[in-house]
Design a protein around this ligand. Sequence first.
Ligand SMILES: Nc1ncnc2c1ncn2[C@@H]1O[C@H](COP(=O)(O)OP(=O)(O)O)[C@@H](O)[C@H]1O
Ligand SMILES: [Mg+2]
Length: 244
Amino acid sequence: MKVFPNKDGLLCIFSDITNIREKEKEERYYDKLKIIGEMAAGVAHEVRNPLTTVKGFLQIMSKDKSLVNYNTHVRLMIEEIDRVNNIIAEFLNLSKNKARNVTESSMNQIITSIYPLLETRALKEGKILKLELGNIVNICVDQDEIRQLLLIMINNSLDAMEAGKSVLVKTYKEKDAVVLCIKDEGSGIPENLIDDIPTPFVTGKESGTGLGLSICYSIARKNNAKIDFDTSANGTTFNIRFSN
Ligand SMILES: Nc1ncnc2c1ncn2[C@@H]1O[C@H](COP(=O)(O)OP(=O)(O)O)[C@@H](O)[C@H]1O
Ligand SMILES: [Mg+2]
C-alpha cells in the first residue's frame, strides 16, 4: 500500500500482490525439490550397490534346501529390498538430469501406448480403465516424461478405487490448450494432504513414497503444463493443461 498526503486528505494506492506471493511459493517449492534431488543423486548409488549384493545372497539362500524353514523370511527380505530400490528409483527420477527429448507428439498416441500396461493392472483388480480421446493437435513434449506422469497418476487412481469402479482418461481441446484429464471414482485425496499434495514424501499410504505427484508436478512444469485437481469422497479429477 502506498500513501500520498494531499490537500484534500490522503491518497491510498493498494496493489494486489497475491500473484507475486503465489509465484514466490512456487519458486520455493521447486528450489526445495532441486535440493532433494541433488541430495538423492549423491546418496542413491551408494545405497544401491550394497543392496544388490544383499539381494543376490538372499536369492541364493531362497534356493538352498537346508534353509527351507526360513523361506518366508527370505522372501519378505527380498520384497523389502525391492521396496527400498523402488524408493531410490523414484528418488533418482526426481533428480534425473538426463537429456530431454522434446518432440511434436500426439497425446492420444502416448496414452494408447501405455494403455495395455495399465489395463492389465485394472483388470486384475476388477477395475475399469476407460479412454475418451478427443480430436486434439500435436504438442511439443518429452514422451517418456508424459508416460511416466500417466503411470503415476493412473496408478494413484487405481490405488484409491475399490473393485467395480472406473477411471476415465480423457483428452480434449480448450482454447489455447490441450487438456489431459484423469477422472476416478476413488475415495478422494485425504483432506489433511490436499494442501501439500505436490510436496515430496507426503503420502496417505502405508507403503507410499509420496514422490509420485511431486514428480508429476515437475514433469508438468518442464512440459509447459499446469496441473489442477478437484477431489471429494466420490472421486478425484486431475486436469493437466498443456499450452500450445
Ligand atoms: N487419485 C487419487 N485419489 C485419492 N488420493 C490420491 C490420488 N492421487 C494421490 N492421492 C493421495 O496423494 C498421496 C500422494 O501421492 P503420491 O505423491 O503419488 O505418493 P504415493 O502414491 O507414494 O503415496 C497418496 O498417498 C494419496 O493419499
Ligand atoms: Mg503414487
